[in-house]
Design a protein around this ligand. Sequence first.
Ligand code: HEC
Ligand code: HEC
Length: 383
Amino acid sequence: MFAILFLTACSDDTTITNSTIEVEDAQNTIADYLNLDISNLPDYENQDYPVHYNNQVLNNDNTPANNPVTNEGATLGRVLFFDKNLSINNTVSCASCHQQNLAFTDQVRFSVGFNGVDVTGAHSMRLLNAKFYEGINFFWDKRAATLEEQTTQPIQNEVEMGFDAANGGMEALIEKLNELPYYAPLFEMAFGDDAITEQRMQFAMAQYIRCMVSVDSEFDTAYAQNYNPAAPDNGINADFPQFTAQENLGKSLFLDPPPQGGVGCASCHQAPTFALNDNSLSNGLDAGETTIFKSPSLKNVATSAHFMHDGRFDSLEEVVEHYNSGIQAGPALDNRLRMPGTNNPIRLNLTDDEKAALVAFMNTLTDTNITTDSKFNDPFITN
Ligand code: HEC
Ligand code: HEC
């Protein structure tokens, strides 16, 4: 079994024999640290998409051609994601600020970094459906060119994980990882040899994050049942019998553009992934704003405790009130949020029932399968 696993990684017979012995040792080594059966890895490669994740949706996949998901790569990514050794003093992992039960964000407005005192300058982002952000760039202000590039930045951040230039940067971290016995076999499985490089770490973590796809919310279950490929709108606009009247009202308001009586949230937060449309500009949080921020997918938005890049809102009611009455003018403000034909911010004048309906609809986007799926939990035996 182990020999078969490693055949693809080996080029000649001698290596195969050596590797077979090594791999049996490797499984034992891994078993000392990780709840992982390397001969029977969880399935990350074969994503089972429901009907409403049709080709149009799958076209927004930002997976680059040189980094397709493999079970071995995503498994390595999962181990890295949960490993506190990625922080300078072994206190913080990616998962400290991106917790599975919270759709991979943090409870607090600003996350506490490795020194236990300093906090991040922005609110942690949910990671669900990150794969379907066709804009490619990552972080609220889109400063990382790709997901791959993003993944090693928190490690080098002086607040988050502390391997900044003064502390030796990625080179120091890689030296440290080389001392941890479980990484050699995991890198070999994923990439064919045991060399640890920044790019391989990026590839593995990006693969793992791209597997965090949410398809099992109440919204998804209802849409899959009402999905009609023959209809121009695929059946998304008609009331779902599975929804309450309030959820259906919220759905129409969210999906329909203003000329049809809606408020057009979905022109930016695109159904059914609820990842942001690449063409979205600013949503007018601050007067005169020039930065164009992105939003994470709104899947599981209702399980978050703070909203927007600086976590300024504490409830979805406050978010809806922002869009209803609080949008500020500025050079980056998106036209969809201006009064038609003017530069002024839109005022929606929603009724209390309509505001509550929008919140009720966003509550249907909560998927509890992905937040409990064992493929995404902590693989370390003691952590
Ligand atoms: C101390 C808390 C903390 C740690 C540790 C942390 N993050 Fe984050 N993460 C954040 C915050 C805060 C943001 C938003 C930062 C910003 O946009 O400026 C973020 C943003 C992200 C994003 C961008 C999502 C998007 O849609 O653009 C990804 C991906 C991500 N983190 C992955 C990781 C990975 C991988 C690790 C571990 C190597 C990690 N994070 C470690 C707090 C943290
Ligand atoms: C022009 C595009 C656009 C439209 C239209 C739009 N949004 Fe947003 N939305 C954004 C952007 C951009 C952000 C992130 C802003 C930031 O944090 O700086 C965001 C953030 C959010 C968030 C917070 C996400 C989080 O994880 O903190 C929620 C919730 C939200 N929007 C709901 C809505 C609702 C409800 C509507 C309709 C009433 C709507 N949006 C309309 C662009 C848009």
